[in-house]
Design a protein around this ligand. Structure first.
Ligand code: ASP
Length: 475
């Protein structure tokens, strides 16, 4: 790290910093000089200038270090400026939208090219079966870890009725509507049929991931069955599109330190520390379970891929950081792909097949959390859960994790499905709502770690794992 002490730079930085502090501490209503929107814009501009001068002019840092610093400063800002910092979230939203922008075309292009380049449908079937076997078994393991921990530590016992009543206040308006929507059981056959799109352009339009995946794989398979000279230009086009999308991510990732700062600051400011404290045991059990899983994947990569655990842990870190700050496996997908290929040595063919699939259907962190949450809510309501009930939880959580969209907060809504299966009052989800944003960050990190581990395992079994390169994965 180099530090520049050029006086002009330092002066601008200090003025911008003082201005930011002043504006962030200012309650929106206290000054007639600015209207609400003007104050918001000023806050965004001044905080951005402060950070740009710190990250780009005063300090010379690697991008990865800048992102970490952004995260740390975000936590501090979120704790200090509990209300003003909300306006700054726009910087994070801009970053998030930049990467979300490319998810649909990236999944389509990469899965299509990945499938087509596997060559023949038999090979695709084999790799598909391995991928599914991994996804199902690790999800089952994750949820069992969650259930075991929840049964041992009993996070739901001893929650005072006052705290309970306070937590239940969250169960209002929009949220309770969402819960009741989720609880309307869907016909499982119809759910499966829904994976086949009737109009793929609509699926692309709506970002219906499972339908897009189905469409991309079908095109990929069909491309291997038509004459080469006809297939080649189509593959070349999507291959080019794929590269363009990756390039856009690499450009967008340059603003990651600012985006991460804003997203983390906003998340931390909205936590409400007393509430976290009353749900301390529950939060601790979920985070502890996720921590156990974080040691599990490097071991799996070692056993099935012969990769040094440290190589795996270090290689996947860029994707983990983006997952932690965005709480979305889908938004992290481009970075996960880069990290798997560049850092872990997974071949492009395997990464572009296994990872888009994983981002959508493999959610180990979410499954673990759903297991703990279901037991927690049952304990609060004093409903005993037998082995049979817990088995139902395992099965429903596996299905739910396949059906869970890779977006922030969706895991909580899918929990409704699980509660319904075992007869736990659905409004119980309100109990854990206040810590959900925090836990989402942790569980999404595990979701992408598991996806990356799958790509290592499948690549190794197909002889498509090279020596890790330790490149930067764009970060
Ligand atoms: N945010 C998670 C993801 O995108 C899903 C969830 O658990 O809510 O991976």
């Amino acid at each position: 790290m180099k530090v520049s002490f050029e006086w002009k730079t330092i002066t601008v930085f200090i003025f911008a910093l003082i201005g930011s502090l002043f504006l962030l501490l200012l309650p929106a209503s206290s000054l007639t000089l600015f209207s609400g929107p003007a104050l918001k814009i000023l806050r965004i501009v001044l905080v951005t200038v402060t950070l740009v001068f710190l990250f780009e002019r005063i300090l010379t840092l690697e991008l990865f270090t800048k992102i970490l610093l952004g995260m740390i400063l975000g936590v501090i800002a979120g704790l200090v400026f509990t209300t003003g910092i909300y306006d700054v979230k726009a910087i994070g939203t801009a970053f998030l939208r930049m990467i979300q922008m490319i998810v649909v075309p990236l999944v389509l292009a990469s899965l299509l090219v990945g499938t087509a380049s596997l060559g023949d449908p038999k090979k695709l079937g084999r790799i598909g079966a391995k991928t599914f076997a991994y996804y199902l078994s690790t999800t089952a393991i994750a949820i069992c870890v969650g259930l075991i921990l929840a049964n041992i530590f009993q996070p739901g016992s001893g929650l005072s009725p006052e705290v309970q009543a306070q937590l239940m206040k969250n169960f209002t308006g929009e949220f309770s509507e969402k819960v009741s929507q989720m609880s309307q059981g869907k016909d499982p056959v119809e759910t499966l049929l829904n994976i086949i799109p009737t109009n793929p352009l609509n699926s692309l339009n709506q970002g219906a991931m499972l339908q897009i995946i189905f469409f991309a794989i079908m095109i990929g398979v069909a491309l291997t069955l038509i004459p080469k000279e006809k297939a080649q230009p189509v593959i070349a086009f999507f291959d080019g599109l794929n590269d363009v999308m990756i390039k856009i991510v690499l450009l967008a990732i340059k603003i990651a330190p600012y985006g991460v700062f804003a997203l983390i600051a906003d998340a931390v400011s909205s936590f409400g520390l007393e509430i976290i404290f009353s749900l301390f045991k529950y939060t601790l059990v979920v985070v502890g379970g996720l921590l156990i899983l974080s040691f599990f994947y490097p071991m799996i990569a070692r056993i099935f891929g012969g990769m040094k655990p440290m190589d795996f842990a270090r290689g996947i870190r860029p994707a983990q950081i983006i997952a932690f700050s965005t709480s979305s496996s889908a938004a992290t997908l481009p970075v996960t792909m880069e990290a798997a290929e560049d850092n872990l040595g997974v071949s492009n063919k395997i990464a572009s097949f296994v990872l888009p699939l994983g981002a959508t259907i493999n959610m180990d962190g979410t499954a673990l959390y759903q297991g703990v949450a279901a037991v927690f809510i049952a304990q609060v309501y004093g409903i005993p859960l037998g082995i049979g009930d817990q088995l139902i939880i395992v099965l429903t959580a596996i299905l739910a994790s396949i059906g869970t969209a890779a977006a922030p907060g969706v895991g909580l809504l899918m929990l409704v499905m699980i509660l319904k299966q075992v007869g736990i009052p659905l409004e119980g989800v309100a109990l854990i709502l206040s810590v959900d944003r925090l836990l989402d960050m942790f569980r999404t990190t595990i979701n992408v770690t598991s996806d990356a581990c799958a790509s290592v395992v499948v690549a190794a079994s197909e002889g498509q794992l090279e020596e890790p390169q330790h490149k930067s994965a764009g970060i």
